[in-house]
Design a protein around this ligand. Structure first.
Ligand SMILES: [Zn+2]
Length: 377
């Protein structure tokens, strides 16, 4: 199974790198615009239409190629034309970056630049792992970061894991997170309502200044949510011992029956953000992260596994009569779904493993040779 970690490191501030990020994103938007207009979803087909132009922006050829590829990937997945509003870019090893003996080499518009990087203590054990496509980005204060992605194929011996602490985490609107140890984290509903009303009124105005204001307001909201998500994830992860398993719902379908469409749009990124913060903080703590199949987590009774009903935030099981806060019930289910897997795979891994993209995911979960498939998930 593929273990994967992302180690985020600060890169010393550098004008060439900052400029590269900005130009790359300008190029990326250009590629998206062209791909969208011409309905091209394939990078080889897009290449002749955009390559010269973005090289003209000052992008070095490998970065231009990466830019075209990323644009196609984004357009392929998008329902409406993607707009670039952050400053990040992808780097491929060894073509556009290298990392060796603590020195990070980056391709920039002014040629290859080298930086001394100190890896955080927890990350030193991954140093021998394989280097994957990584991400360079800058924040509002023009600080530069590099998310070094490392992966390794790991053999997981089959051994008992019942002594491992498993924590199920349900993310949602009413409470941003509810955990299977009975804790409720963060409520933002009143604030969110006010924010939505504010946005709706600005949208209905439609003037230039309203649009400018709208941008400001949503920026402020995003920063607030990010701050909130950082705090909640820290609190959750701090309660875990090393080697614990954090179970999260698969990202494909975060409670699609919950809340109005507007709520969901406003919040889907925030859910995912919270999960990713929990994920990377858990890894830093030496925990394992697993994503489980999200189907019916909120409607299934955690005691008897039957489908129940939810009403005003409460879950009621019609078979056994069990009743409980619906989000709490969901967090128990999330935890319970990981447990049999934890046993089956032994999960005797001292290294943290991130689940995204291949570990303990839906595919494994539905594997027919595992006996717990008989349950209803
Ligand atoms: Zn029941």
């Amino acid at each position: 199974m593929l273990g994967r970690v992302t180690v985020n490191v600060r890169v010393p501030s550098d004008d060439a790198v900052l400029k590269t990020i900005k130009i790359y994103n300008r190029g990326l938007q250009h590629c998206i615009d062209v791909a969208w207009k011409k309905r091209i979803r394939n990078n080889i087909k897009l290449h002749p239409f955009v390559y010269k132009e973005i090289r003209g922006f000052g992008l070095q050829s490998q970065l231009a190629v990466a830019c075209i590829k990323q644009a196609c990937g984004m357009v392929k997945r998008a329902k409406s034309k993607p707009a670039i509003n952050s400053f990040s870019m992808r780097y491929n090893s060894p073509r556009s970056f290298s990392f060796k003996h603590g020195i990070l080499g980056l391709s920039t518009i002014e040629g290859r630049k080298k930086f001394n990087i100190t890896l955080p203590e927890y990350a030193k054990k991954y140093i021998a792992w394989e280097i994957d496509e990584s991400v360079l980005w800058s924040d509002r204060k023009n600080r530069i970061f590099f998310g070094l992605c490392l992966s390794k194929d790991i053999d997981i011996p089959i051994r008992s894991a019942q002594h491992r602490q498993v924590l199920g985490v349900d993310v949602g609107i009413k409470h941003l997170a509810v955990t299977s140890d009975g804790k409720f984290y963060g409520t933002v509903i009143p604030k969110m309502r006010r924010h939505q009303e504010h946005i709706a009124s600005l949208q209905s105005k439609g003037t230039k200044s309203a649009r400018r204001h709208l941008k400001k307001v949503s920026g402020r909201w995003k920063r607030f949510m990010r701050w909130k998500n950082h705090n909640i994830s820290r609190e959750i992860v701090n309660s875990l011992g090393e080697g614990s398993i954090v179970a999260l719902e698969g990202i494909t379908n975060i409670r699609s029956n919950k809340g109005r469409k507007f709520n969901r749009q406003l919040h889907s990124w925030a859910f995912r953000q919270l999960q990713s913060y929990i994920e990377y903080k858990a890894i830093q703590r030496g925990c394992l992260v697993a994503y489980i199949n999200p189907r019916y987590t909120s409607q299934t009774c955690r005691i008897c596994n039957e489908i129940g009903t939810r009403n005003k935030g409460f879950f009621l099981c019609n078979s056994c009569g069990y009743s409980c806060n619906a989000d709490l019930n969901a967090s128990f289910n999330i935890k319970n779904r990981v447990k049999p897997l934890a046993m089956a795979f032994g999960l005797n891994v001292n290294q943290p493993i991130v689940a995204s993209g291949g570990f303990l995911n839906v595919k494994h979960f539905e594997s027919p040779d595992l006996s717990y498939n008989a349950h209803r998930f």
